[in-house]
Design a protein around this ligand. Structure first.
Ligand code: APR
Length: 318
């Protein structure tokens, strides 16, 4: 596919800058815009990224832009087909993602208002935490159709689950299939029945206790990294997940990925952002795909839905 179009990344911290790097290195966009409220930070990172182009062999240009408290500088994102929102505080050790809600909601409001003004046709991919709630808030503030506002969590949680299974069995990650649905938090639903290694069900290779251990580690996958880093949260695997989603949208690929999407009757659930599998294309979510689940997994998904729906009901007041 020819190089074309513009993708913008809001927030030039660890998550945003690594996402911009991956998007630029795909060499499929004409422009990657990176913005932040810290004067000079996005410009400096963009210059550095552009200077890596000759070494890495890509032509995509990265544009850095500082934005002001009244939306100054947001003209830079005009015409974006995709906007990835990474602006917001990350967790510190001992914090839950929910502890970030008030601070990150204020940031999200400011960012989403400007996206609605300057990139009204964009597909939004939100990664700011708490994920499900901030994705819901981005949709409320922009007023964009639900299918054009997506959250990134399931790809990351699935990648973590896959890594743990591969490590446990000593096999290449490429031979492992896993899946997580539900929320990006306590009610994450790692779908053991959909897990396989070279087509063999995971349940034939590991005991129920061993699988449960990996499920628990996956659910706490973000916190494990935060506890080790002490000063912030994960960004290599998260940015890989977000960038792949943006690529799928840009290429109108129809790839099915676990993402945070608006459910409207699927699994008998409606009116909330929830981790489900969905087909991605140029319009954002083409359709939510219902994955076959065991009764126990379905019950956990309903539990996750009830938890996120209750919290999302309150985000409009934040
Ligand atoms: N507009 C643009 N950028 C902003 C704004 C804003 N209104 N407010 C804060 N930022 C920027 C900060 O200046 C900082 O550069 O967001 C960036 C956040 O970067 P980091 O602190 O490095 O955090 P990061 O690890 O990138 O995480 C960002 O992703 O995983 C989630 O929980 C995490 O919500 C957090 C987000």
């Amino acid at each position: 596919m020819a190089r074309n179009g513009k993708v913008s990344v809001i927030g030039a911290g660890f998550y945003g800058s690594t996402t911009a790097l991956r998007l630029a290195e795909y060499d499929i966009f004409e422009t990657v815009v990176l913005t932040d409220v810290i004067e000079g930070k996005p410009e400096g990172l963009a210059l550095d990224l552009n200077q890596s182009r000759w070494v890495e062999g890509f032509e995509t240009k990265v544009v850095g832009q500082t934005t002001g408290p009244n939306g100054e500088g947001y003209e830079a994102i005009a015409g974006s087909e995709i906007v990835v929102i990474t602006a917001g505080l990350p967790r510190k050790p001992g914090m839950s993602r929910m502890d970030l809600i008030e601070t990150n909601a204020k940031i999200m409001r400011a960012v989403a208002e400007n996206i609605a003004i300057h990139a009204p046709d964009a597909v939004i991919i939100n990664v700011a935490n708490p994920l499900d709630e901030m994705t819901a808030l981005a949709q409320i503030v922009t007023g964009f159709p639900h299918k054009r506002v997506i959250g990134q969590a399931g790809m990351l949680d699935t990648a973590r689950f896959t890594h743990f299974v591969a490590e446990k069995l000593g096999v290449p990650v490429g031979s492992v299939t896993t899946l997580t649905l539900g929320s990006h938090g306590d009610t994450m639903v790692p779908v053991a029945s959909a897990c396989a290694v070279d087509g063999k069900p995971l349940a034939d290779l590991l005991s129920a206790d061993e699988i449960e251990e990996l499920v628990v580690r996956t659910r706490n996958g973000g916190a494990e990294v935060v506890a080790l880093l002490k000063t912030g949260s994960a960004y290599y695997a998260p940015s890989a997940a977000a960038a792949r989603m943006a690529k799928a949208v840009h290429e109108d690929s129809g790839l099915v990925m676990p993402v945070c999407a608006w459910v409207d009757g699927e699994y008998g659930l409606s009116g909330a952002y929830l981790g489900v599998e969905a087909e991605l294309g140029r319009e954002g979510i083409r359709r939510v795909v219902e994955t076959p689940l065991s009764d126990a997994e379905k019950a956990l998904l309903v539990e996750a839905y009830e938890a996120v729906k209750a919290k999302q009901g309150d985000v409009k007041d934040l």
